[in-house]
Ligand binder design. Structure first.
Ligand code: FCB
Length: 453
């Protein structure tokens, strides 16, 4: 099945893994003392989720984590990226810790250790404890301090058992979808507020890094950003300028503070700064050295000033989300980052994946589109490495079909098919393809090592 001869070869040290996040898979929303998060509140508000579903049960990973770790091990993968539900370990987001919540993550780590799988933990994958939201959430500066306390507690308990800790997952989404267009929790539509939220997310990242470093956390520390190259639809001056603005307000808006200690002027010039408050010391606090940068890549931004805007041709097709398949955008983006940020740390592709309208037939899922997607993106990633970008890891999104935020359970990204009625897991063809690809990589290395020595 694997045509590994036509696939690029990666370094023996390269890390292959899969990713998930807490609210999307765990379920057990009110079990063992977990407090509600803003996603519990949001999903229980009518009209927010396309299929009216919630993450109350999701993939029931809270009870089936051992089986899920077994699947990762069976695929021959040596790395797993997951997130902690903050309100599971601290129900209100401040005050008492919940020991039962920590015990769950400790059991998960035990299983990963047994199977020799490195754990890559994300502290915040969008599920703020509702207790903190009630005090103003990410609009309240104090939330940044609470986040640093939470980060230090996780690092103190688990740091020695983790390969890496990322502070935030995709703060662009928290700010722009949570507070810009209200598609995500907490469902606020106010662009000016979303800018202030993005500043607090960055500040909380910087404070959390310092808190974890202060206790000598041995795990590698970084952040995960969703990024895209912005490409003008035509050569017109208007489209080019609009694409530059799009790139400034999305990618550089988060990268510049972290790596340069300032916001991009091009973005500031055109943003509504009426609710933007930055304290003198904030930029120094945000600009902290990183051990890695997590990049989530799904598509390019195709920027058109026409009305209605021109749409991309989609030569390689579109996913079930309607996202254009555009693998070379990953290469372009990575090269651009390398050129623009001299202090860029090693890069982990922390997410990349495709939603397909998969069908389970006779116990099988034939998802050729996803296999093609993987092949194209591995090639694109390899092109970036060949051009000098230090990419060290790749995590497919996602291990399992799961709760895809406001799309509910309608969109399937997994390598593993979920029958939500029975919780039965079925490996898709792409899972076997990924397993064989990784295995072939390792075998080729075994064969080559003696000759090269
Ligand atoms: C990313 C999210 C992840 C998942 C994928 C499809 O933006 O980080 O949780 O929803 O998109």
């Amino acid at each position: 099945m694997t045509n590994s001869s036509t696939m690029p070869e990666f370094s023996p040290a390269f890390t292959w893994g899969v990713a998930t996040s807490a609210y999307q898979i765990e379920g057990a929303a009110a079990t063992d003392g977990r407090g509600p998060s803003i996603w519990d509140t949001f999903t229980h508000t009518p009209g927010t989720i396309i299929d009216g579903s919630t993450g109350d049960v999701a993939c029931d990973h809270y009870h089936r984590y051992a089986e899920d770790v077994g699947i990762i091990a069976g695929l021959g993968l040596k790395a797993y990226r997951f997130s902690v539900s903050w309100s599971r370990v601290q129900p209100l987001g401040y005050g008492d810790w919940n020991e039962k919540g920590f015990e769950f993550y400790s059991r998960l780590l035990d299983k990963l250790e047994e199977r020799g799988i490195a754990a890559h933990l994300t502290l915040y994958h969008w599920d703020l404890p509702q207790g903190l939201q009630d005090l103003g959430g990410w609009l309240n500066r104090d939330t940044c301090v609470r986040f640093a306390e939470y980060a230090a507690e996780i690092a103190r308990r688990f740091g020695h058992r983790l390969a890496s800790i990322a502070t935030h997952n995709e703060p662009w989404c928290t700010a722009n979808l949570g507070y810009g267009n209200a598609q995500f929790a907490p469902g606020v539509a106010d662009t000016a507020l979303s800018i202030q939220v993005s500043h607090h997310l960055l500040l909380s990242h910087g404070l959390a890094l310092q808190a974890m470093r202060a206790i000598n956390c041995p795990a590698k520390l970084g952040i995960v950003l969703n990024q895209w190259p912005a490409m003008p639809a035509t050569d017109s001056a208007a489209d080019i300028a609009q694409a530059e603005w799009e790139y400034a307000r999305s990618v550089q808006w988060f990268m510049d503070p972290i790596f340069k200690g300032s916001y991009p002027q091009k973005a500031l010039d055109r943003m509504d700064m009426s609710k933007f408050h930055v304290h003198a010391e904030d930029m120094d606090n945000i600009r902290q050295p990183l051990d890695f940068l997590g990049v989530n890549y799904y598509f390019r931004a195709f920027v058109s000033t026409d009305n209605p805007p021109k749409q991309p041709e989609g030569k390689l097709g579109f996913s079930d989300m309607g996202w254009e398949v555009y693998p070379s955008g990953m290469t372009d983006l990575l090269l651009k980052l390398r050129a623009e940020y001299p202090t860029l740390p090693p890069i982990y592709i922390t997410e990349n994946g495709m939603a397909v309208a998969d069908k389970l037939e006779d116990g099988k899922v034939h998802d050729e589109q996803r296999i093609k997607y993987l092949q194209l993106h591995f090639q694109a990633m390899h092109d970036a490495i060949a051009a000098g970008v230090d990419v060290q890891a790749y995590f497919y999104w996602s291990l399992l079909d799961n709760f895809e935020w406001n799309s509910g359970y309608a969109k399937r990204f997994g390598l593993v098919y979920l029958d939500y009625a029975t919780q039965q897991r079925t490996l898709k063809d792409s899972a076997y393809w990924y397993r064989d690809f990784v295995r072939a990589q390792l075998q080729e290395q075994l064969v080559q090592t003696p000759a090269a020595a």
